[in-house]
Design a protein around this ligand. Structure first.
Ligand code: TEU
Length: 558
């Protein structure tokens, strides 16, 4: 937080002006339906989030990113937007959004909203009219409508598959009842992809940006930022091994060079507004080097580091991804980002409770205690790295994924279309336990849309607050340290120190971070004073300390 000593000055958004605040910001992801429920309908809402803002301020984060709360039929938990300028009644109203933004700013928290430009809901006005107006409707050009192949058009126009499984095309029934054109949806059928070659689409989204910027938001997380532009002619892929999100070649529907043009235009809009507002790209690209293209100086500010998220708890692999990330970001002068969990992947406490190589969507509980120990250590490692870090709601409580949800309560469309796909995302979306007792452990007074396990009473905010050694207190201590210590978070490099096998050690100014990813305790030099540790460390003498397995420690060296 090198620049956080800057004198407070009012900005248009009322938060303290801190130049480059986003370069080392810790950004907390709120998944609104699962955070806090103010009206006892079992579903979280904006009022619920507002009531918990003091908790987020005390946790020590800089900004809050909210997953979508727009008008939506909720076919994909709000990532199917029917009206980009409305709040879904399930989450509240525009007035609630306004109150939330204002209150957050009073508390010096910034608000980032989720923008979903790759596709709309099939209940969006444009799409409904495109279908209802019949063949030849000019609104069809705003999406990807195509005639089918085969004698009667009975086959999809190309071989692309949806990320959620099955064909990426659905055939419509024309107003006269006959089978008609097909439309493209890289996700669920209820999420038709926009045609970004059509100027009306770009005009609309620049206007939507302005709508929320005028509301006072501090930035946007761009959903599927890699997907907006499709290769000319929508060419067949010719293979069915097509929906792996990382490490593939560039796909005709992902990471096309044309997307960068869009972001250069958006950047001009954003920069008209005071207060250093930002864009963060949700861009799944084959390599971190290609991710760096999204954060060139005239494009977006940050991009999620999914290569880091997909790395197992292993010193060699972690060091390699950290080096590659920093090397890729340096030439474009963008901050690295670090993320371990979000609403699309198995929580890191559960990933690390299991064997490596199982991917980021599993339904195995694994060794819970081991997973939690590693998750805490992984978080401390992440928070010592230069750049910006993302925390997903509930990870500060050490929540695991809920792996035994029954099919009746699951809502993730990826699960139900999952012909060979992953799609176990409900397990990381279970509502937050705030209290030991009460309906849904304080989430709300009306139960919770996904059932919470009974063990979560002891993982609640209430149970962990002030409890020495709790995961919540570990996060608070680490986040506070980041806020007050200039050397954590700042810069664009780490100085690696010699360390035993399975151990990562690096210096960051007046700090040393040592992470033991191995299964045995190791003896390491006592680098200074222990600032925070994810487990019990034995200081042997003035020179040496014993670092237990799966533990990270931060030292201050002077
Ligand atoms: O996700 C994009 C994406 O490709 C993956 O995260 C994907 O959802 C997952 O691997 C499928 O199993 C974004 C959102 O974060 C996600 O919640 C949405 O479902 C998706 O876009 C569509 O909007």
């Amino acid at each position: 937080m090198s620049q956080h000593s800057t004198a407070p000055a009012p900005t248009s958004t009322n938060v303290t002006a801190t130049p480059d605040w986003w370069r080392d910001a810790v950004i907390y992801q709120v998944y609104p339906r699962s955070f806090a429920d103010s009206n006892a309908d079992g579903m979280g809402d904006l009022e619920g989030v507002r009531s918990r803002l003091p908790y987020l301020r005390d946790l020590g984060v800089d900004a809050v990113w909210l997953s979508p709360f727009y008008a939506s039929p909720q076919a994909d938990a709000g990532y199917d937007v029917a009206d980009y300028r409305e709040v879904d009644p399930m989450f509240g109203s525009l007035l609630d959004a306004d109150a939330l933004i204002r209150d957050a700013h009073e508390l010096n928290l910034r608000i980032i909203v989720d923008l979903v430009p790759n596709h709309s809901s099939d209940q969006h006005e444009w799409f409904k009219r495109a279908v209802a107006e019949g063949p030849g409707s000019p609104l069809r050009d705003r999406y990807h409508f195509r005639p089918g192949k085969g004698a009667t058009g009975e086959l999809p126009p190309n071989d692309w598959e949806s990320v959620f499984g099955g064909p990426a095309w659905t055939r419509i029934t024309e107003p006269d009842g006959t089978p008609g054109d097909w439309y493209l949806h890289l996700f669920a059928p209820e999420q038709p992809d926009f045609n970004w070659e059509h100027p009306a689409v770009g005009d609309e989204f620049r206007s939507v940006l302005r709508f929320w910027l005028d509301m006072g938001v501090d930035g946007f997380r761009i959903d599927v930022a890699h997907g907006l532009v499709k290769a000319e002619g929508l060419p067949d892929l010719g293979t069915h091994d097509q929906v792996k999100l990382l490490g593939n070649d560039v796909m005709p529907f992902f990471d096309q060079d044309g997307v960068h043009e869009i972001y250069r235009e958006w950047r001009l809009v954003l920069d008209e507004y005071a207060g250093e507002r930002i864009f963060v790209a949700e861009a799944w690209t084959p390599t971190i080097e290609r991710t760096a293209n999204y954060v060139r100086p005239d494009e977006l500010h940050q991009a999620f580091n999914f290569q880091y998220l997909a790395t197992y708890w292993d010193a060699t692999e972690l060091r390699s991804v950290i080096d590659r990330t920093l090397d890729a970001m340096r030439p474009v002068a963008a901050p690295a980002t670090w993320v371990l969990s979000n609403h699309d992947v198995t929580r890191h406490a559960t990933r690390f409770a299991n064997e490596p190589g199982l991917g980021t969507q599993l339904r195995l509980a694994g060794d819970r205690a081991l997973g939690l120990r590693r998750a805490r250590a992984a978080t401390l490692l992440m928070l010592a790295l230069p750049g910006s870090a993302y925390v997903y709601q509930g990870e500060e409580l050490g929540l695991p994924d809920v792996v035994d949800l029954s099919d009746e309560v699951r809502q993730d469309p990826a699960y139900f279309r999952g012909a060979g796909q992953d799609g176990f995302r409900d397990g990381c979306r279970v509502p937050i336990p705030w209290t030991r007792e009460g309906s849904s452990y304080g989430f709300g007074a009306g139960g919770s849309w996904l059932p919470q396990p009974a063990e979560w009473a002891e993982l609640s905010v209430e149970a962990q607050t002030g409890a020495s050694g709790s995961t919540l207190e570990l996060y608070r201590t680490a986040l506070t340290a980041r806020r007050v210590q200039p050397d954590l978070g700042a810069g664009d490099s780490v100085e690696w120190l010699t360390a035993p096998e399975g151990v990562l050690a690096f210096r960051r100014g007046r700090f040393v971070c040592v992470a033991n990813t191995g299964g045995e305790a190791v003896t390491i030099p006592a680098y200074g004073e222990v600032l925070v540790a994810s487990g019990e460390l034995t200081v042997v003498d003035a020179e040496e300390a014993k670092l237990p397995a799966d533990t990270t420690v931060w030292w201050t060296t002077g």
